[in-house]
Design a binder for this molecule. Structure first.
Ligand SMILES: C[S@@+](CC[C@H](N)C(=O)[O-])C[C@H]1O[C@@H](n2cnc3c(N)ncnc32)[C@H](O)[C@@H]1O
Length: 270
């Protein structure tokens, strides 16, 4: 196969930037080359030029989506960055809301959404929040969303889930013998998933009381980061809680945010 020439690199990364906001500086050329080369060979194309033609055509058979999956990571696990869940529990325990609507934006396989659902179900059980709560998970990748809806997970991704919660919210059965864990319907019924591109207008969802936008901003350049954060925050109620990954640095936003801890903020009413 040919090497990835500068022009095709710019075409492929330009398409990624314009469509889903992913930003790949020149230093990422080796990464783009290695992630796409194996795929190009597997589907029997001659090289990167042909691959660019395919993913930029209307009739790509889902290949653009595959390229996005290959160039990003879907890494996630239950109760990742546990301080955020502790803070959420403290804040909700203080205000005891009747309704809680949560959005896990960039949910990947759904671990964050189901972790939140476990926490909210426990709080409801102990009368610390009302009965009307729900979680929406969205992502650009329909592959991860299909898996999220099935709610079957490798057991090691639930290593931070307490034994009590595993018993209360997970099913034992055939899946278990294969090292898999299935989430029970009583929790699945509270969690919905849908496809959403954070780089396009967001209509028809929210407002939310809590938004997780964690470990996705790393893919965006500063102007895209600010546009995404601003767009997402229009869906958060004043006083609502906003979480980003603790390693994602400063949040660029024209909304007023009160810092509550690393990667945790409250939206201030304007
Ligand atoms: C590393 S995962 C984060 C999962 C979870 N939020 C967490 O912190 O564990 C990043 C996710 O962002 C998604 N993503 C990347 N660009 C996106 C975009 N423009 N719109 C929506 N999701 C996007 C990817 O598909 C991937 O599943």
């Amino acid at each position: 196969m040919d090497v990835l020439c500068d022009e095709t690199f710019r075409q492929i990364t330009g398409l990624m930037y314009a469509t889903v906001g992913l930003s790949f500086p020149d230093s990422k050329k080796p990464l783009v080359t290695s992630r796409l080369a194996a795929r190009i060979q597997r589907i029997g194309l001659d090289g990167f030029d042909q691959y660019f033609e395919l993913i930029s055509s209307h009739d790509d058979g889902g290949e653009f989506q595959m390229a996005v999956d290959l160039l990003t990571t879907n890494e996630t696990y239950f109760f990742r960055e546990p301080a955020h869940f502790d803070l959420l529990e403290r804040e909700l325990g203080r205000t005891k809301p009747k309704h809680v609507a949560v959005w896990s934006a960039a949910s990947s396989f759904g671990d964050e959404a189901y972790s939140t659902a476990m926490l909210l179900a426990d709080m409801q059980l102990h009368g610390r929040i009302g009965t009307e709560w729900s979680v929406l998970g969205t992502d650009i990748s329909d592959r991860v969303l299909r898996s999220a809806s099935e709610a079957i997970f490798p057991a090691e991704r639930l290593s931070r889930v307490s034994p009590e919660r595993l018993k209360r919210y997970c099913l034992r059965g055939e899946a278990e013998s294969e090292g898999l864990v299935q989430i029970q319907d009583k929790l699945r019924d509270r969690v919905r998933f849908g496809q959403l591109n954070l780089c396009q207008e967001i209509d028809g969802i929210g407002p939310f009381d809590v938004i997780f936008l964690r470990n996705v901003l790393i893919y965006f350049d500063p102007p895209t980061k600010q546009a995404v954060v601003d767009r997402v925050l229009t869906r958060l109620r004043p006083g609502g809680l906003f979480f980003i990954g603790t390693a994602e640095g400063r949040v660029p936003s024209s909304h007023s945010l009160q810092p509550l801890g690393p990667g945790a903020f409250r939206k201030v009413a304007r």
